[in-house]
Ligand binder design. Structure first.
Ligand SMILES: [Fe+2]
Ligand SMILES: [Fe+2]
Length: 299
């Protein structure tokens, strides 16, 4: 029998009350004796901020499984309205134009199968969230390979169809020099920041130069580093450039061609998009296979 203390209240009010007091979805469900799914649904409905789980550079199939699992575990507790992959979800080693390691013998079909498997993981973990797939330079390897080696196949193979993005529930944002994805707030207006795969500058200090060039706030990926630079416009508006690191396998042969892999960090981001378009974000560093969220260590 349900607790009499709670029975006179609407479920929505109860969830609101307890959620405001920082109880987890599990704790609320237990307290008011309702199902986890129903409380999760209500908690999502009542909050005014739009929560976005952001990550980049998974480089499937060469992802770090533990780092990915930590992100998904925290992501499920974060209960996002939206999940954004900032690009290089797939490594696409089979069609690289860089010199290949002789021991890496995978063909395009292997890559496509492995990436589809990883996309299944995200579809299952975040079935109700809006999901966005930004194409990175690694997914774009396929287009470059076809253009240089088999131009006759132009327009025959494309990333959204090979990765069955629609079926996996992902919206696709094409790679390019002007790539920009701008999320929508719970009030239906555009966010006051953009997301793209590449920073607007390479090398050290990419966060600072990117925000100064963009003259707007920007989340980016691609350089696999945790970076953050904040400043203010002359009118007092805060702007930032931020990247959340990567989720690939350190030391894997697929990354042998890169110069400074020792500078990379595992991580991802949590973004609270407010109804006025501004946001609060948190870089989630996964260090030595550990990450903390809400006072708990995930490892
Ligand atoms: Fe990358
Ligand atoms: Fe990249």
């Amino acid at each position: 029998m349900r607790n009499k203390k709670w029975s006179n209240f609407e479920e929505r009010e109860l969830v609101h009350f307890l959620y405001d007091r920082k109880l987890s979805i599990k704790e609320i469900a237990k307290t008011i004796e309702r199902s986890y799914d129903s409380v999760k649904h209500k908690a999502k409905e009542i909050c005014h901020e739009h929560r976005i789980l952001v990550f980049g550079d998974l480089h499937a199939p060469y992802c770090d499984q533990r780092a990915k699992e930590i992100m998904i575990e925290i992501g499920i507790d974060f209960n996002p309205h939206e999940v954004v992959s900032l690009g290089d979800f797939a490594d696409m080693y089979s069609v690289t134009l860089h010199q290949k390691s002789p021991s890496m013998t995978n063909v395009l079909l292997d890559d496509i199968r492995a990436v589809n498997k990883e996309l299944d993981v995200f579809s299952l973990a975040f079935p109700d969230a809006k999901k966005v797939f930004l194409e990175g330079n690694h997914e774009n390897r396929l287009g470059r390979y076809i253009a240089s080696k088999a131009p006759e196949l132009f327009n025959m193979l494309d990333i959204p169809s090979l990765f069955r993005l629609k079926e996996h529930g992902f919206e696709y944002v094409k790679y390019g020099p002007n790539q920009l994805y701008v999320p929508v707030t719970s009030a239906g207006t555009l966010a006051k920041f953009g997301m793209r795969h590449e920073p607007l500058s390479g090398g050290v200090g990419a966060a600072r130069i990117s925000v100064l060039k963009a003259m707007e706030s920007l989340f980016y990926a691609h350089n696999h580093r945790l970076e953050e630079y904040h400043t203010k416009t002359i009118l007092g508006r805060s702007v930032f450039g931020t990247s959340f690191g990567w989720l690939g396998q350190e030391g894997h042969k697929a990354f042998e061609y890169v110069k400074n892999p020792h500078t990379w960090q595992h991580g991802f981001g949590l973004v609270w998009l407010l109804p006025n378009g501004e946001c609060i974000h948190k870089s989630m560093h996964i260090k030595d296979g550990m990450c903390t969220y809400n006072g708990k260590i995930y490892k």
